[in-house]
Design a protein around this ligand. Structure first.
Ligand SMILES: N[C@@H](CCC(=O)N[C@@H](CS)C(=O)NCC(=O)O)C(=O)O
Length: 210
């Protein structure tokens, strides 16, 4: 049984979607980052960076923070969504790192300036919108000849990236300019585990559609 500490954000949804996809039993602990609950001492013990998501695996006592590390751990634990074929294994890691180092931080900044602090810095709004569009372009080109990010299989790279793209309305990128992203996005949105994991820990109106 796994304890999941999370909130309704892209990084949190990566893990709830993965747990649902893997069919693992888990208990959700909502950490409302809008109320600074990420600074509670009991949470900092497992997540010293005071950010969600984090897990405790009660099968072995392992605590983990950083969504990319959690996805790799759950994939290794279950043998799912991380192909072990040489090429696809390393493509999965490569695109997972692309998400962790690029999509998350850059689109996160776009949300900060465009959605949460509109008008504070025109320069920053433009910079992060352009960077978000550039990243969509990279993803669109990758998906032109590949059904999923790592190749032919749905992997933890897709599970990491999709929740960020699902916030396209916040970063104001018109997904319809990226037809391969739209095809990939809709295919993943239709997965029952994605629908379930999307609503953890707080029920949402629904998955946004382009
Ligand atoms: N690199 C981290 C980022 C985690 C992160 O930024 N989480 C946000 C929510 S999406 C958070 O907890 N923010 C709280 C804060 O900034 O204090 C990961 O992928 O797990």
């Amino acid at each position: 049984m796994i304890d999941l500490y999370t909130w309704s954000t892209p990084n949190g949804r990566k893990v709830s979607i993965m747990l649902e996809e893997c069919g693992l039993e888990y208990t959700t602990h909502a950490i409302n980052i809008g109320k600074d609950e990420q600074f509670q001492p009991h949470f900092l013990e497992i997540a010293p960076n005071n950010r969600i998501p984090a897990i405790v695996d009660n099968d072995n006592g392992l605590t983990l923070f950083e969504s990319g590390a959690i996805l790799m751990y759950l994939a290794e634990k279950t043998g799912k969504f991380w192909p072990q074929d040489f090429e696809e294994k390393w493509r999965t890691v490569e695109w997972l790192m692309w998400q962790m180092g690029g999509v998350g931080p850059m689109i996160g900044q776009a949300h900060h300036f465009i959605k949460n602090n509109k008008g504070v810095s025109e320069y920053s709004e433009e910079r992060y919108l352009n960077e978000s569009k550039r990243l969509y372009g990279v993803l669109d080109r990758r998906l032109e000849d590949n059904e999923y990010m790592a190749g032919g299989e749905y992997t933890i790279a897709d599970i990491a990236t999709w929740p960020w793209i699902s916030r396209f309305e916040w970063h104001t990128v018109d997904m319809n300019e990226f037809p391969n992203v739209v095809r990939w996005y809709k295919a993943i949105a239709a997965r029952p585990a994605v629908e379930k994991g999307y609503h953890v820990p707080v029920e949402q109106p629904g998955i946004p559609m382009p």
